[in-house]
Design a protein around this ligand. Structure first.
Ligand SMILES: *Cc1c(COP(=O)(O)O)cnc(C)c1O
Length: 382
């Protein structure tokens, strides 16, 4: 099956008991047993819920994994994966990792003795240099947020195999429709399903997909023991959202690419970041490992004053945190995703006070251009 068909038909797309065209919301905590000793397949909702299983299955199929697990948020999915490790273990992490991942590692897991090393993985030799006897895994994000730096998945997994390390990727920005890291040798894929997978800015969810049975057993144990499961209602919403993933990604990334090229020519804008732009660093690697540029772009204004006035004036995009919705979302990394990072450190990484990030939605491109143009005019006092 091709991906577009898989999205609709590869999992449990029909309710096995009634033939219902969507998996109902099994809003239950427990299941009546026929026998007190030999319990049935379903005993308690934390372990098994058919609505959740349906969405877990479809994401696993899309990523080409052995099994999928749905969590109450992207962060609980990421944290549950970190529970695979023990005190004194070390993980090597992409330098520009999602702020929440940085926070949970440095303020929570650090207390338990799990060490994280942040490394610029655009230069692969930095990874090799950081590996010690205690290193257990490499955790990657590509493209990174918000500068969309590209990391070579195949090369990272080759390094990991050489040193017997687990490879984990946060694939939120790309979705399995555009990038399937397991095909490049990765072991675990994580999503904040809050973003493109859900797609409608109406739920918080996370998904973990694993490549092997052995990992499936471990993550299942963590999911059931730690208990950060996705509820039935949100599982239903996520499954429903995923059904339109292909056409949303196609439409949103087409608009994003066009906007990126168009923004490059604008007065007042210094630089545009989008993986498919000719001058984007790592573009060739990205094209090899992904089927598109996705729908997130960042751009830097000439100065903070223009950026601020632009953000205050633009009307169509929602100004706020998050991405991947049907509506365009404009974010300001300095006060949002990277607020926790010391300013000096942030500037050193190229995330200036004049940088904004745009997640492109399903609006008509002409309206978006007109809106951006008029906000730019106000920002430039023209
Ligand atoms: C939003 C996000 C997360 C966290 O997901 P939540 O669903 O908000 O908990 C993790 N990684 C990336 C790349 C994200 O964009």
């Amino acid at each position: 099956m091709k991906l577009k068909t898989k999205i609709i038909h590869s999992g449990k797309d029909i309710d096995e008991f009634t033939g219902a065209s969507s998996i109902p919301i099994y809003q239950v905590s427990t299941y009546a047993q026929k026998d007190p000793i030999n319990l049935g397949k379903y005993d308690y909702g934390r372990g098994d819920n058919l609505t959740r299983h349906a969405v877990e299955q479809v994401v696993a199929n899309l990523e080409g994994g052995k099994a999928g697990f749905a969590f109450s948020s992207g962060m609980s999915a990421i944290s549950s994966v970190f529970l695979l490790f023990k005190p004194d273990d070390e993980i090597i992490i992409t330098q520009d990792v999602y702020g929440g991942t940085y926070r949970v590692l440095n303020t929570i897991f650090s207390n338990w003795g799990l060490k994280s090393k942040y490394v610029d993985m655009t230069d692969l030799s930095n990874i090799e240099k950081s590996i010690t006897e205690k290193t257990k895994a490499i955790f990657v994000e590509t493209p990174t947020n918000p500068l969309l730096k590209i990391i070579d998945l195949k090369s990272v997994s080759e390094i990991a195999k050489k040193h017997n390390l687990l490879t984990i990727i946060d694939n939120t920005f790309m979705t399995p429709y555009l990038q399937r890291p397991l095909e490049f040798g990765f072991d675990i894929v994580i999503h904040s399903a809050t973003k493109f997978l859900g797609g409608h800015s109406d739920l918080i969810a996370g998904v973990v997909v694993v490549k092997y049975d052995e990992l499936a057993i471990k993550i299942k144990r963590i999911q059931n023991s730690f208990g950060a499961i996705l509820g039935p209602m949100d599982s239903f919403l996520l499954h429903r959202g995923i059904k339109t993933l292909a056409i949303r990604m196609e439409a949103q990334q087409k608009t994003a690419f066009e906007l990126a090229k168009w923004l490059k020519e604008k007065k007042g804008i210094k630089r545009v970041y989008y993986p498919l732009l000719e001058d984007h660093e790592g573009r060739d690697i990205h094209i090899k490992q992904a089927d598109g540029g996705s729908a997130v772009l960042s751009f830097e204004f000439d100065n903070f004053d223009i950026a601020y006035k632009f953000m205050k004036s633009v009307k169509i995009p929602l100004l706020g945190v998050s991405l991947g919705g049907v509506e365009s979302i404009l974010s300001y990394p300095a006060s949002m995703s990277h607020a926790a990072m010391p300013k000096e450190e942030r500037l050193k990484r190229g995330i200036s006070d004049s940088l904004v990030r745009l997640s492109v939605g399903l609006e008509d491109i002409d309206d978006l251009k007109e809106d951006i143009d008029s906000a730019l005019k106000i920002a430039l006092n023209k």
